[in-house]
Write a protein that binds this ligand. Structure first.
Ligand code: ADP
Ligand code: MG
Length: 484
């Protein structure tokens, strides 16, 4: 929202106290009472700050031919209210009484209207608007989720798996306009989605302090929405959401299946896009795979740029560990060999990787010993063991789909085309080899297939691995990638 008032040169509204004969149009008691209620509703709808700065002087003067005529003391105020709040006030008034058709704001000076007074009002107006902005910021902060100060671009290590997502995030911060809307980032647990969203928010706040940036986890969004509904405050919530310049929503998969929350988000999303406000969203999977999300919303989420954070590589893991070690001031304390060992062993996600390093350092400090490969194995025994064998069928499906450039749903679909069916058989084979699951369990995970289909797939792939060097190589590669 701009801070400068936009004068309405062609405004049809009468200026100065020229509404002669107003006695004849004195509002009936019913309308006067309604105005009283509306006054209270405005405070709720626009927030205390805006109300006190701008709306409190609004005075009901007349009612004629369905038009509610209200006055303010200066032209400056009239223009400001006209530009920012009049449409909504009018909508509220019309909703409150069928007889009300329109709203007219006139200027009725309370004292002598001289140029200086206008000027001093303009100044007061600017101050009030700065104050209103501050209040709005406080309102937004009360709704939003807090930002983690450590999650910045500076502490984000870039590697091949996250290069695209990182570049897109930087574009959002560096572009003068809105480069793509929305920016949709997705990837598995602990791969850096939240970190990137926070980094965007921090960078924007530092670079454009006048912008209102709101970061919300989807859970918080849901909680705040329900809370607002219960408190009869939904209007203020909607208004706050729609008044931001940048909205970041983390883990949108959590609103899947929540009808009214989705509906509310969908409307806010559209309103923000219409006003060319930047939206950034994260999820644990691609827009098309978000089951339980309204089809309209799903397709809209893919309108802008979709970028994924892929599972980490050894190089990225090592890079992150090095950066983390430097942050902890442990360059001398934790040898490279230990970092390399961790990067090889802990492949599940970055959060666990960091957790492991923290644990090692804490243990060394408490016991006043050095961090070595031996102490590492000892201190992290449980973690390393659980990372040794934790391949799931979902991971296998994801990895295989990725390797053959298929979509995840192809793993469950009934399509029989060779290009889809063969990778699916490989995934079934790997599921049998790498997980303790039974044939019927595996069949169920592949779109409800029969256990005999799985058995057939396993035999087929065993055969092919003997006969076809390419398949043998693919399977071996996948197996190693999955085993870490
Ligand atoms: P997600 O939201 O995808 O589950 P997070 O953003 O919470 O993952 O990341 C988990 C942890 O890993 C955080 O502590 C985060 O700082 C760290 N992390 C993730 N990616 C990187 C990266 N590329 N560089 C440095 N730290 C990272
Ligand atoms: Mg997260």
């Amino acid at each position: 929202m701009s801070d400068a008032p936009t004068p309405h040169a062609d405004s049809p509204i009468a200026i100065a106290g020229d509404s002669g004969g107003e006695e004849a149009f004195a509002p009936p008691p019913r309308i006067a009472a309604l105005w009283g209620r509306l006054y209270g509703d405005m405070r709720t709808a626009f927030g205390d700050g805006v109300f006190r700065s701008w709306l409190r002087p609004l005075t009901l003067r007349a009612f004629y031919h369905g038009t509610l005529e209200v006055s303010v003391p200066t032209r400056f105020m009239r223009d400001w209210i006209q530009t920012h709040y009049a449409a909504q006030i009018e909508a509220m008034a019309r909703a409150a009484d069928a007889e009300i058709k329109g709203l007219q704001i006139v200027v009725v000076p309370t004292g002598p209207l001289v140029a200086e007074e206008e000027a001093s009002h303009a100044l007061a107006g600017a101050q009030a608007s700065a104050k209103a902005n501050e209040n709005r910021r406080a309102e937004i902060a009360a709704i939003a989720s807090p930002l983690d100060a450590r999650f910045t671009f500076g502490s984000f290590v870039v590697g091949k798996p996250n290069a695209l997502a990182h570049a897109a995030a930087r574009r959002v911060v560096e572009s003068a306009g809105v480069p793509f809307n929305p920016l949709f980032l997705y990837g598995g647990v602990g791969l850096g989605k939240t970190h990137l969203l926070h980094a965007i928010a921090h960078a924007l706040e530092a670079q454009a302090p006048d912008k209102v940036v709101m970061y919300l986890s989807a859970e918080r969004f849901m909680y705040q929405f329900v809370r607002a509904l219960r408190a009869g405050d939904a209007m203020a919530f909607k208004e706050a959401l729609r008044s931001v310049d940048v909205l970041l929503l983390d883990d949108i998969q959590f609103i899947a299946g929540k009808e009214s929350t989705q509906e509310e988000f969908f409307h806010s999303f559209n309103a923000l896009v219409d006003h060319n406000k930047q939206i950034i969203i994260s999820a644990d999977r691609a827009p098309g795979d978000l089951q339980g999300l309204d089809e309209r919303l799903r397709s809209r989420l893919a309108w802008g740029l979709v970028a994924d954070l892929q599972p980490t590589t050894y190089d990225l893991r090592l890079g992150i560990l090095r950066a983390k070690r430097a942050q902890l001031g442990q360059e001398g304390g934790v040898p490279d060999a230990v970092l390399e060992y961790l990067a090889t062993k802990i492949t599940s996600n970055i959060r666990e990787l960091e957790g492991a390093l923290n644990r090692l350092v804490a243990h060394a400090e408490v016991t006043k010993t050095d961090v070595t490969l031996e102490t590492t194995a000892e201190v992290l025994g449980d973690l390393l063991r659980s990372n040794d064998r934790r391949v799931t069928i979902d991971e296998i499906q994801r990895k295989v789909a990725e390797h053959y450039a298929l979509r995840l749903p192809d793993m469950h679909s009934a399509r029989r085309a060779r290009a889809v069916a063969r990778p699916r058989q490989i995934a079934m084979y790997l599921a049998k080899q790498l997980t303790p699951r039974s044939l019927p369990e595996i069949g169920r995970k592949f779109g409800g297939r029969d256990h005999t289909t799985v058995m057939h797939a396993v035999r087929k792939i065993e055969e092919l691995m003997e006969a076809d060097a390419q398949i043998a190589q693919d399977v071996d590669l996948l197996r190693r990638a999955l085993a870490g």
